[in-house]
Design a protein around this ligand. Structure first.
Ligand code: PLP
Length: 405
């Protein structure tokens, strides 16, 4: 029987192949150090968990909640934007809570896309950026470009060669997977371009608080007038180590926020109220929890870059995000990122995410997530050192797994 139309447009998740291999190595007793999925390993700060436990005892919180987010939560998010970015938001019309930012992004795509609408999307990028729109009948035009001088010319080319003219542009800085960051000046140029060409900006700022070199990533909404064309998504998952809680936000342009709010009102009843209250408590905090999470990733980053380089693998130090975007070492480059990732599991007991899983232009890199402790990261580096040394001595012994099958 033929696959359903929508399912046919969703290729099997590349990461599934790595996951299967990881599971089978583990079932053989291998101790796989998992730097693959960006799944934070740190516990949610105690005060946030305590708040959840306190609130959950009140049976009134067990009813359906509010799809767009309870008022106190939307106010807390608006206050966060005020404190952190100096951006004033109306919690009633410019803020909506989402069930994680991934859900918010996908439903925004659903809310605004007509069949055939063209979306300008980075490549490589976090998969929902493209597939949220593909699932909604949109068409992706990939931008293989960094947030530098080449960006606006790439947008101009994108506009010139797209019929119909693109509906929206996706930005994601700090980037998953590349960890690139953008400056406020960059955003100014992009906003001016978007306004001139009547294009919506969807900015994914999931890593707003994970930065290491003293430069907090800006929000696109800091650009005066950006709110006329832009919406931004943030997430509690990384900032407060709350990935399983599923709490995020979309903020910005009233028309876009109200479109998302409308679609969500048909789909969900909002996150469980105790989660929303605890999330508001987190956002209203003094920032100490955020600083602690940031500090842990910072130390892990330093350990990883240092230990991997001593193992013979030079990995550029990311300035932000919880990822390093690592070029595949020269002797393995020709294999591509999926085969190289498989080799690392098989011969070094280390899992990473193959760059091709984020788009075709990611295939000469793998993504290393800082989601194991410093000790385990050092162990991963030792394993990789051994693997690189043995493959240099006997290259024929290290055959891509596909060749065994
Ligand atoms: C860039 C980016 N956006 C969104 C998400 C999803 O976050 P959430 O847990 O809020 O859905 C992630 C998670 O890895 C991400 O890296």
């Amino acid at each position: 029987m033929e696959e359903f139309h929508k399912v046919r447009r969703l290729p099997p998740y590349v990461f599934e192949q790595v996951n299967r291999l990881k599971a089978s190595a583990r079932s053989r007793g291998a101790d796989i150090i998992d730097l693959g999925m960006g799944n934070p390993d740190l516990p949610t700060p105690k005060a946030i968990v305590d708040k959840l436990c306190e609130v959950v005892r009140d049976p009134r919180t067990h009813r359906y909640s509010s799809s767009r987010g309870i008022p106190g939560l939307r106010r807390a998010q608006a206050n966060y934007y005020g404190r952190r970015f100096g951006v004033k938001l109306d919690p009633d019309t410019q803020v909506v809570a989402t069930l994680g930012s991934k859900e918010g992004f996908a439903n925004m795509a659903q809310a605004i896309t007509a069949p055939g609408d063209v979306i300008l999307c980075p490549n490589p990028t976090y998969p929902i950026h493209a597939f949220g729109f593909i699932m909604s009948g949109g068409v992706i035009r990939s931008l293989q470009v960094e947030p530098d001088d080449g960006f606006i010319p790439a947008l101009e080319r994108g506009i010139r060669h797209s019929i119909p003219k693109p509906l929206a542009l996706i930005l994601n800085y700090p980037s998953n997977p590349t960890a690139q960051v953008a400056s406020l000046d960059f955003y100014k140029e992009v906003v001016a371009f978007a306004k001139k060409n009547d294009i919506i900006i969807l900015s994914d700022l999931a890593y707003s608080e994970i930065y290491f070199d003293g430069n907090p990533p800006p929000s696109v909404l800091q650009v005066p007038g950006a709110i006329d064309v832009a919406v931004e998504f943030t997430s509690m998952s990384k900032t407060f180590s709350m990935p399983g809680w599923r709490m995020g936000f979309a903020v910005g342009n009233h028309r876009l926020i109200s479109a998302l709010t409308r679609v969500k009102s048909y789909l969900d009843y909002g996150a469980f109220t105790p989660i929303q209250v605890a999330a508001a408590h987190a956002l209203n905090g003094d920032g100490a929890d955020i600083a602690e999470v940031r500090d842990i990733y910072h130390k892990r980053r330093d350990v990883m870059v240092d230990a991997f380089s001593r193992a013979g693998w030079i990995v550029p130090a990311p300035a932000a995000s919880m990822f390093a975007w690592a070029p595949i070492p020269e002797p393995f480059k020709h294999l591509g990122s999926l085969e190289f990732s498989k080799l690392l599991i098989e011969h070094a007991d280390v899992a990473v995410a193959p760059g091709v899983g984020f788009g075709e232009h990611g295939d000469d890199h793998v993504r290393i997530a800082l989601v194991e402790n410093e000790h385990r990261i050092r162990q991963a580096a030792r394993n990789i050192k051994r693997f690189l040394a043995s493959s240099a001595k006997q290259p024929n012994n290290v055959v891509p797994l596909a060749a065994h099958r």
